[in-house]
Design a protein around this ligand. Structure first.
Ligand SMILES: *Cc1c(COP(=O)(O)O)cnc(C)c1O
Length: 393
């Protein structure tokens, strides 16, 4: 069996967790089996009681899913990973596992829209309250903490303005108040950023985005210590059942093998595109952590191994100018998704952030002339030409 401890991250991404069977297969097998057979009644009893390890039922023990979990845990530098049916299921399972009625959470402004709805509309029904703090304002985070606060939750870089949080600083703050820091690492993935190494307690990720990387399958995971993830979060998964299918686990395993090189290619394209956009007369401002003009550029350089595939920019003129850029694309897809080999473009003010009041949108800094691009792996010149068409009208 492959021993993760003896190898570098790129090698772990390719081999981690693999257990070759007696068939001698090169690629990890898909175990499409709901249940597993015991050799005797005593063996069944021992596995059910937890006295003996082994497979029981694929809601909580599937060998293909376990290989994915083990590989991802090693890549993020966590003791344990639990795979889930979606990124949202990862966040839900984390909250159900680690919080109870009467607890309070502080989350950063501008986290993923469905996460906000989960916190405000659903967890709130069960007596778990969430307040919000600006991602980069440490004093505001501190002021938002209450005696019953249990979790600080953030995404970095944030979408769509790519603000970068200081993970080590927020982890120290969380621990000062006996809280856990949970980081949504979807936008960077372990290839660019390892929050657990910076002091975070739990990482949640939507595998739907860069881990699959080709826009095919929905899934997610929670990574962290044995205590929280192997105990509390796994318990929710096992019982409530938002588990990952072995087919999707296999796709994500294959995704992990190329994640590092794909992320570096996304980063290279995005940085070059951001620099080009900054030189366009029709562009007012560009938001990308790799630009020297970005307020947290130095922090991003320290904290990340690359600046990511996500950028946004303000077009001179208002909403119409932004829509013109979007509507004149032919290659780039108009969709809110990210983390695909295919470049996507969206108008945050009327889509992902359209449900906010104009005041809340203004407070979040999302203007009507803002355009977000999730940069894919096409040739850079083709992406530029596609955007230039609308910018030069
Ligand atoms: C997409 C996304 C999610 C939710 O993931 P799903 O797999 O769509 O459920 C959570 N957080 C971030 C940052 C995302 O981009």
């Amino acid at each position: 069996m492959f021993d993760e401890i003896h190898y570098q991250p790129e090698t772990v991404a390719v081999h981690g967790g693999q257990r070759r069977s007696a068939e001698g297969e090169m690629s990890e097998p898909i175990f499409a089996s709901t249940s597993f057979v015991f050799s005797s009644a005593a063996e069944a009893a021992a596995r059910f009681s937890g006295e003996k390890p082994g497979n029981i039922y694929s809601r909580f023990t599937n060998p293909t899913v376990q290989v994915f979990e083990q590989r991802l845990a090693a890549m993020e530098g966590g003791e344990r990973a639990v795979a889930t049916s979606s990124g949202m299921a990862a966040i839900l399972a984390t909250c159900l596992g680690l919080l109870k009625s009467g607890d309070h959470m502080v989350a950063s402004n501008g986290i993923f829209g469905s996460t906000v709805i989960l916190f405000n509309n659903y967890l709130a029904k069960f007596g778990i309250e969430t307040s919000y703090a600006p991602l980069t304002d440490l004093a505001a985070w501190r002021a938002a903490i209450r005696p019953n606060t249990r979790i600080l939750f953030l995404e970095t870089p944030a979408n769509p303005l790519t603000e970068v949080a200081d993970i080590a600083q927020l982890a120290a703050l969380a621990h000062e108040y006996g809280c856990l820091l949970v980081v949504d690492n979807t936008v960077c993935t372990s290839a660019l950023q390892r929050p657990l190494q910076l002091g975070a307690d739990v990482v949640v990720v939507s595998a739907t985005k860069y881990i699959d990387g080709q826009g095919r399958a929905i899934g997610g995971a929670v990574i962290g210590r044995e205590k929280e993830v192997g105990g509390d979060v796994y318990g929710v998964l096992r019982t409530a059942g938002p588990c990952l299918s072995p087919f999707h686990a296999w796709m994500f395993l294959k995704g992990l093998e190329t994640l590092g090189v794909r992320m570096q290619a996304h980063c290279a394209n995005a940085l070059a595109l951001a620099e080009w956009l900054e030189r366009q007369p029709a562009v007012e401002r560009v938001f990308y952590p790799g630009l020297v003009s970005h307020p947290q550029h130095e922090l991003a350089k320290r904290q990340q191994r690359g600046f990511g595939g996500l950028l946004s920019f303000e077009v001179k003129g208002g909403r119409d100018a932004a829509w013109k850029v979007i509507d004149h694309t032919r290659l780039i897809a108009i969709t809110a998704n990210l983390g695909d080999t295919k470049t996507t473009i969206t108008h945050p003010a009327t889509t992902t952030h359209g449900r906010l009041t104009p005041e809340a949108r203004a407070a979040a800094g999302i203007k009507d002339n803002l355009v977000r691009v999730a940069v894919g792996l096409e040739n850079l010149e083709d992406i530029k030409s596609d955007l230039a068409r609308g910018l030069n009208r």
